[in-house]
Design a protein around this ligand. Sequence first.
Ligand code: TPP
Ligand code: SF4
Ligand code: MG
Length: 298
Amino acid sequence: MSTPLAEVERKPLTKKELAAEHPTWCPGCGDFSVLALYFKLMEKRRIWHEKVTTVAGIGCSSRFPYFVQAHGAHFIHGRALPFATGLSLSRPDLHVFVFGGDGDAFSIGGNHFNHCARKNVKLTYLVMDNQVYGLTKKQTSPTSPIGFKSKTDTWGAQDEPVNPMRQALTAGATFVARTTHTNPKHLLEVMEQAMDHDGFSFIECLSECTEFFEGAFDSSNPRKGGEFLEMPQGHDVTDEMAAYRIAGVPFPGHFGVFYKVQKTTKNAKEAEINRRLREKVKGLEDWQILQQNFDRMK
Ligand SMILES: Cc1ncc(C[n+]2csc(CCOP(=O)(O)OP(=O)(O)O)c2C)c(N)n1
Ligand code: SF4
Ligand SMILES: [Mg+2]
């Protein structure tokens, strides 16, 4: 049997070939690191231009697809996941990556997050959590800690923040992990594992906003005197209750894969429905199937 062309002739894409316009993020923004590791992942896993699919909502972090020289969409604030769901269901040959911020994911897009997770749509959602609204210049976000002073809480935030790990677990996500922009090796490993997961994979990546919340994650960064804690020894990634408990460890908490189980994806269920329906209309052209539907509606 001959080797497929793609394997013999194509070299992995380089960063130069994948980079589009120069990122407009502020110097030192954590989002640079996520982009660099995304390029590394494409190179390492030999994902070609026509297979790279980067979707985002609105926010500094959501500018991501602009900076990738491949297919992608900068969609509506909080609506990246419904868009990506359609893409994932209709193009099983692609792995869809979705990037966004904490506001995009847990405020305006909170509803979509829960439903995409429970439906187990096959895609990877990486939230660049800076615990603030960066693009709109420092409002309290759903993950801002109590006491954080912003333009919307000049006296300091008072509301209990969302815990992204617990939110994802409760919503029914089948892969839940946490990493940080200051640990590139860890970030790449987690992204790779998420990509290999057959289902909805969620990553919270701490990504510092140097402009509006400088030093927010120093306590998780050994280079700044903090501590990077991996998952507790012997943690069973299929134990949901254990994952939930670990997610409750006070900030900066643990990093790694909290939870990973295999469940039937929305993609597989839809494919099965399509297969069964196709059986019923076997031998008919697409236009004849449409005609039948119209006739039924008369
Ligand atoms: C429907 C809608 N509502 C509000 C906005 C204004 N807006 C743009 S980005 C943003 C929040 C950005 O915060 P986050 O998602 O955390 O991303 P970051 O900029 O921090 O990366 C808001 C409120 C908008 N663009 N569209
Ligand atoms: S405002 Fe914050 S999140 Fe936005 S680019 Fe600047 S450092 Fe990054
Ligand atoms: Mg943010």
